[in-house]
Design a protein around this ligand. Sequence first.
Ligand code: 8YV
Length: 331
Amino acid sequence: ENSTLVVALTRKLPEGIEKRMAELFDLIAHRHDRAMTRRELQTAVETADVLVPTLSDSIDAELLSHASPRLKLIAQYGAGTDNIDIDAAHRAGITVTNTSNVLNEDTADMTMALILAGQRRLVEGSRQLLSDGAWPGWSPDFMLGKRLSGKKLGILGMGRIGTAVARRARAFGLEIHYHNRSPVSSKTETELAATYWDSLDQMLPKVDILSVNCPYTPATYHLLSRRRLSLMQPEAFLINTARGEIIDEPALIDLLEQGKIGGAGLDVFEAQPTLDPRLVRLAQENRVILLPHMASATREARIDMGEKVIINIRTFMDGHRPPDRILPNRA
Ligand code: 8YV
């Protein structure tokens, strides 16, 4: 028979989720409304059988060197696992899982929101209306944006989120282009009328809008380098709802300032939560739209993510392979 597992949370999770976890496990909740300090994380890996971290916790080799042998599972509350040294965990005999699939739709919705807001000047229009007397009244050339339908959308990373973006974008009349390590099934390609580009360099000059939807791994660090960003059209609009590190952010800012890239909708940043002041200036000039990492932030997603964590822990506890296991070296 299984003895109850000691499960340590690094953040406050939705109340209902914590309640269920407390019924199922010997739960160590985190009572503060902030990320754990390094010392608190260290205590957690020293005491728990299962750690439930989030993207703000750096679970690196040094931290794992403090783990007690009883730590057997890291069940990440989130889709991306770039905050975890998967290889180091694997070497220590620790299984890693994420919460895949439950935030695809919400993240794709926010991608569309950023595309629409950028092309149709949503934030700028609202801001102008609210600033005293700044609205001169309707005129034929007032607040003209760009038509979506007929434009080319490039998707960098055609996984589950990228595919969800493509489905939505199709309904808006966008033409779908994508770069991925390998093409999707021909059935999906036909359904989305999507064009596969084996070479990212060749796709970049072709697209009007580019959406980043790949995971951040050593192989995708600064995948959008200065050289590659320079291949984009001067009018192009770049969306990032994945991870800041995939784009060379200072290079992007330079190109935006020089008018060599049209605009950007960014939900993630290289040094988040710290923002580059040059980005703030560009946002004030309505050249970019900035969001505080909220693409998957719906109540429903946060509950579904908690349920996924519970399923992963229970499956593991029963001696089976958890559904969302992350294998090392997937880069
Ligand atoms: C979440 C995310 O906010 O899941 C991810 O990878 O980046 C975000 O959607 C995060 O998971 C919360 O930990």
